[in-house]
Ligand binder design. Structure first.
Ligand SMILES: NC(=O)C1=CN([C@@H]2O[C@H](COP(=O)(O)OP(=O)(O)OC[C@H]3O[C@@H](n4cnc5c(N)ncnc54)[C@H](O)[C@@H]3O)[C@@H](O)[C@H]2O)C=CC1
Ligand SMILES: CC(C)CC(=O)C(=O)O
Ligand SMILES: [Mg+2]
Length: 348
């Protein structure tokens, strides 16, 4: 076993976030990695108790960890966007998580709505920009509440921000057997931002001659996710397109309960943060219905990021085995039971 002691901040958050994170930690414990975990009460409960979303002192403390595991944030009792923007996006921006890494991978035995498609057809990684785009918060509103209201929400794209995420995506493509990188954007309409993205890919492609590059408009890419997912290997795209495409990718690869992600700071100037792609799912919260697999796979990504590749591989293999068994011997299980079963497999 790799010996190391990791310091982990845990933010269960809201709704099913608390349920799935408990299972992620259970599996982390079972894999035998020495981890010192500290839980942070951030989310709707704290907001109602104190009005706080992410106090500066907490943010500073979080900077000192090796990594962060997050469940999900957002609750119907809190005005829309408050927790998403002031907690989740603030974490991503302040900790410079400029790569939002989202594998879209069909595990053997998992049913896909695409019918005939198999694991060889659905195996891609979406490299979503994480700190810019329409999520940067630029824009405003005039004459709010009147019939003449004007709301603008601008997409921020900097040469610096685009170059660093595109470079990461090229490196990711180079590390994979197919060595293919597809830029997904909407260059035919979003001409200013699209031009910057396209020129950046063209320029960096000279540094990565082994990587085949390709371009797809986001509307067509959405179609190809469903009709020809094998077109894609590594995708690089902006914050909004990547958000939308990865929920679609999750559906195609067996469901939102299986989709893992990492908010990565490749320069390691701050801890990276790992979380399921899904949200707090208020519709099923507190009922033990949430699938914790996405969080458990996010724990595997976290371990891999910290160089604990053997442990990461064991967690992913345990998930793969569990998913395969679901195909042949499916029985309804609670969130906790799925966590127990995967933890038992990890422990051997
Ligand atoms: N990273 C985060 O913290 C995210 C937070 N959100 C927030 O979460 C709240 C709910 O957002 P929604 O749009 O409903 O998205 P959602 O991802 O929470 O739920 C969408 C649908 O998927 C189902 N689902 C989600 N995770 C599941 C799991 N592990 N197992 C089984 N079913 C699962 C839900 O029951 C729901 O029907 C909102 O406040 C939203 O802003 C949404 C996405 C990401
Ligand atoms: C709630 C959003 C800020 C985040 C989201 O939907 C995502 O990152 O997938
Ligand atoms: Mg999303």
């Amino acid at each position: 076993m790799e010996s190391s002691n990791i310091r982990l901040a845990v933010i269960p958050g809201d709704g099913i976030g608390t349920e799935v994170v408990a299972e992620g930690l259970k599996v982390l414990n079972a894999v035998g990695v020495k981890a010192e975990t500290s839980e942070y009460d951030l989310g709707a409960r704290r907001y109602h108790a104190s009005g706080e979303t992410l106090p500066d002192a907490v943010l500073d403390e979080l900077r000192g960890y090796d990594a962060i595991l997050l469940g999900a944030v957002g609750d119907p009792s809190v005005p829309p966007g408050v927790l998403e923007r002031d907690l989740l996006l603030r974490l991503r921006f302040e900790l410079d998580h400029y790569v939002n890494l989202r594998p879209v991978k069909l595990f053997p035995g998992v049913a896909t709505p695409l019918g005939e498609a198999g694991p060889e057809d659905i195996d891609m990684v979406v490299v979503r920009e994480g700190t810019e785009g329409p999520y940067a918060g630029a824009g405003g509103v005039l004459r709010r509440g009147t019939p003449h209201e004007i709301a603008t929400q601008e997409s921020l794209n900097t040469a610096y921000g685009v170059e660093r995420v595109v470079r990461y995506a090229f490196e990711k493509a180079l590390s994979r057997p197919r060595r293919k990188l597809t830029l997904v954007h909407k260059t035919n309409v979003l001409t200013y931002a699209g031009d910057l993205w396209a020129r950046t890919v063209d320029r960096l492609s000279l540094e990565f001659p082994e990587v085949e590059t390709d371009y797809c408009h986001v509307d067509a890419a959405s179609m190809f996710f469903v009709t020809q997912p094998a077109r894609f290997d590594v995708i690089v795209t902006d914050n909004l397109f990547g958000d939308i495409l990865t929920d679609l990718g999750a559906a195609v690869a067996g469901g939102i309960g299986l989709a893992a992600s990492g908010n990565v700071n490749p320069a390691r100037t701050a801890p990276s943060m790992f979380e399921p792609v899904h949200g707090s799912a208020p519709d099923i919260a507190g009922q033990g219905k949430a699938d914790p697999t996405a969080t458990i796979l996010s724990v595997a990504m976290l371990l891999d990021h910290l160089g604990l590749t053997e442990a990461a591989g064991r967690v992913e293999q345990a998930v793969a085995d569990d998913l395969l068994e679901r195909q042949t011997a499916w029985t309804p299980r609670t969130t906790r039971e799925i966590g127990d079963d995967i933890a038992a497999r990890v422990a051997g």
